[in-house]
Design a protein around this ligand. Structure first.
Ligand SMILES: O=C(O)c1cccc(O)c1O
Ligand SMILES: [Fe+2]
Length: 285
């Protein structure tokens, strides 16, 4: 079993680093940690970085998860290879470009690029946001899946994810007490479906709603409230069509031992109990 400990980062390829920086700082509200010739590193919490835009094709999207140590990383590589996943070990230079000690890269059954890392760096310097969006941290990621039922098996049986709730066959899965760190959404091709940052309170969600509207940022879904995690949310579009979510109040699973996933119907109210329609985000709902 591959024990995922935490979500570490997202890496997004882009042809236009300048536009990515304008969005990340002027709209999303992250802090620039570092600029390199070919990459932009952004912070949202105590992590040294949680989002990296790098010069590359926008199809190049990677999610990094932390594992316990080198032994766990080696065991994960062996387990994945036994299941015929192609595993690539990162070089020292690539690890340095991720603020981690070591990492491996592979693809999930849909073809999403996943990295497992050891010792992702934190920074004791307090996160100092570029815009007062109220961000308290990087929280979860939605992943495209060409077969959510198959991929749920991968994430819960090869890895240690647990299903907290399902909407239709979309599993919201946790790897710690947070309601979900990973969700799988049906799509025709691999990719990151959305990137969530938590904000402090519902006032931040609504302030951003008006801010984004004023700045002509396309709003994809919300403001609304998820009946699953209880979070109040807003989804909007960033560079290269990547969807970001602000939400506040994502719940925690009180009792790991006794929690049973709830099955919600596949209908708009299961995504927003206030009545916002998720058509732009969940095709066909
Ligand atoms: O927070 C949630 O429960 C949630 C539900 C559906 C889709 C999401 O992105 C979510 O974050
Ligand atoms: Fe979400």
């Amino acid at each position: 079993m591959i024990e995922l400990k935490d979500l570490s980062y997202v890496r997004l390829g882009t042809a236009d680093l300048a536009t990515a920086e304008t969005f990340a700082t002027g709209v999303l509200g992250l802090e620039v940690r570092e600029r390199r010739r070919d990459a932009l590193y952004l912070r949202s919490d105590q992590r040294a970085h949680s989002l990296c835009y790098f010069e590359g094709a926008p199809e190049e999207q990677i999610i990094g998860f932390e594992v316990e140590n080198t032994a766990a990383l080696d065991a994960a590589a062996a387990a994945l290879e036994a299941l015929r996943h192609k595993v690539r070990r990162g070089s020292a230079a690539e690890a340095q470009a991720r603020y981690v000690s070591e990492f491996i890269n592979f693809r999930d059954p849909t073809g999403n690029q996943i990295e497992l890392v050891t010792r992702p760096q934190l920074s004791a310097r307090r996160h100092f946001p570029s815009r007062d969006a109220g961000i308290t941290g990087f929280n979860h990621v939605g992943l495209n899946s060409t077969d959510p039922v198959r991929d749920e098996v991968f994430w819960t049986q090869v890895c240690n994810a647990r299903v907290s709730d399902r909407i239709g066959d979309i599993p919201l899965m946790r790897i710690n007490a947070i309601h979900h760190t990973l969700a799988l959404v049906q799509a025709a091709q691999p990719g990151i479906q959305h990137i969530n940052h938590q904000v402090a309170e519902v006032d931040d969600v609504m302030r951003s709603y008006y801010f984004l509207r004023e700045h002509n940022v396309p709003i994809v879904f919300g403001p609304g409230r998820h009946p699953t995690s209880g979070a109040r949310f807003l989804y909007f579009k960033g560079p290269d069509g990547v969807v970001f979510e602000y939400s506040c109040g994502v719940g925690e699973i009180a009792d790991e031992a006794t929690h049973r996933p709830r099955q919600f119907t596949r209908e708009p109210l299961s995504f927003c109990m206030w009545g916002a329609t998720p058509g732009g985000l969940i095709p066909g709902v």
